[in-house]
Design a protein around this ligand. Sequence first.
Ligand code: BGC
Length: 410
Amino acid sequence: MVTTFPPDFLWGTATAAHQVEGGNGYNDNWILEHTAGSPFKEPSGDACDHYHRFREDIAQLAARGFTMYRFSLEWSRIEPEEAEFSLAALDHYRRMLAACHEHGLTPMVTFHHFTSPRWLSASGGWESAGSPEKFARFCERATRHLGDLMPLACTLNEVNIGPLLDSIGALDPRRSRETAWYAAAARAVWSEPSRLVPFHFADSSRGRDTILAAHRAAVEAIKAVRAECAVGLTLAMEDIQALPGGEQAADTLRHDLQDAYLEQTTGDDFVGVQTYTRRRCGPEGPLGAEEGVELTQMGYEYWPEALEGTIRHAKAATGLPVIVTESGIGTTDDTRRVEYIERALRGVAACLRDGIDVRGYTYWSALDNFEWALGYRPTFGIIAVDRHTQVRTVKPSALRLGEIARTRTL
Ligand code: BGC
């Protein structure tokens, strides 16, 4: 069946500052990467040098047929010390926004994508009652400088990432805080383990409340300066599926990881859905990968249909328009990526056919980049980046998704 997408549907790719810019030495993650005993496989270093090469990258995305580019502001560049704002950094992001407009790409700005200034994380970070106000002050300052070029904004990326990582066993904040590595990282920022709370480590209910309060305060701050800017948060959403007898476990998991956050989006302009895979629940609770199902580089089940389920759930839980702010796969086999994208988009099309207001699809990621603790091994990009020469190579998946974007046809 041929599927046609609406004329104003946004076709995007995404990146995040710390994963592509390079040299982000003022943020908390840089410290975690560089402290002895770090679980990070390698430091972020120069990343993709996108800080200097953004023009080339934006031009390439536009040439392929994309109409939107989602990128994040690095708060620690803009406010390297508390209440000390860098006009040079703000100007840099203004140039990025202008480059998007020049190339016909609608920019979507993420104000916070996991990394925070050291001074914030070291003083109670994302479990501190004062942080929402500090985040809102940054949003207000940045919107004053950038707002006229900023039609779309996400406050915080994946507000539920701490509890999600915890639930899949990828991070254990309590245990981490007891390690020599964490103690040394805390000392490096003149703090102590209990007061060093980067975004990923805020998995407690206090963390959730702090992050949601930061979202609400940020929406208010951005809107106060630029009412026309459409604002929302993004949520990491697995498609949570119940096996017979697993209904209650699935409901509990869905509540804790998704609904508790979706409930707090009242008044937002959209909800950003980010989906990579599904998770099954049996009578005993969440299950691992099903035997025989292909796994991605991340160890996730290859399950592109998960996106359709999460869009439907986000819509049902919020009533808001949905933007797919991330969907993607880490693989070395680009043919698997092409298939993943096409199958995920069939799910988006089914939602559109059912009248769900899905405004756009954003592939993660534009570039092969720094995949956090896993370093540069997982490759999510539709454009490959040579780590030594910084030479970019467009993959067939970029051509295919670009073609779908240009023709609006699958
Ligand atoms: C994050 C990205 C990350 C991607 C792939 C999302 O959770 O927003 O920063 O690289 O997933 O793991």
